[in-house]
Design a protein around this ligand. Sequence first.
Ligand SMILES: [Mg+2]
Length: 233
Amino acid sequence: MLKKLVLFDIDGTLLNMGPINRSVLADALRAVYGTEGSTRTHNFAGKMDSAIIFEVLQNGGLDEKEIAGSFDRARQTYIEMFRSQAGAADVTLIDGVRELLDQLRERSEVMLGLLTGNFEGSGRHKLKLPDIDRYFPFGAFADDGKSRNDLPKVAVEKAYRLTGKRFSNHDVIIIGDTEHDIACARTVNAKSIAVATGTYSMEELEKHDPHVLYENLSRTDAVISEILQTTIN
Ligand SMILES: [Mg+2]
């Protein structure tokens, strides 16, 4: 019987992409808006792709209305360019991830999903490159809300539509590599598992008080036991 809904972030948690992420977004924004704004230097970690586009272009002097006017075209251009340019050599699967996913998939009490700031089109492509897309029957993406904190309820709803099981928030586990993933879990009283495999160190993540903090996900048995335990908030 299904008991736990485990939601994974993508970048810095399951895999790391090389510089292609940034360079494709810069190319796409230049093609649509004539400027890449602050794409080359902006901090992307834990943010929604949609928010990143607004922030970098506002830093480049565009106003919100101009950005919104071509936003759908920018998203589509970025996704198409990303799919055609990003290949397997651009992605590194993080230590322990495949083993963890293999073991979780075998457990009938666990459902896997995604909770990510990626657009679905580019996020799914990232996961296909190291062949881990198939572990995730559904996800909540940047296309599904304005802020990351909107996404847990979207994920719970999508899981319900797929399985008929309505997970309560204390049976939801959110795994991510930034303070934004931890904050997102906190907004719904879900359990947060933070991993220092992205740009945040253990010390930085600790300040944001996740329920559990790991260097990486390679201690498979420990991670699974945390997933199966219910957190008393
Ligand atoms: Mg991340």
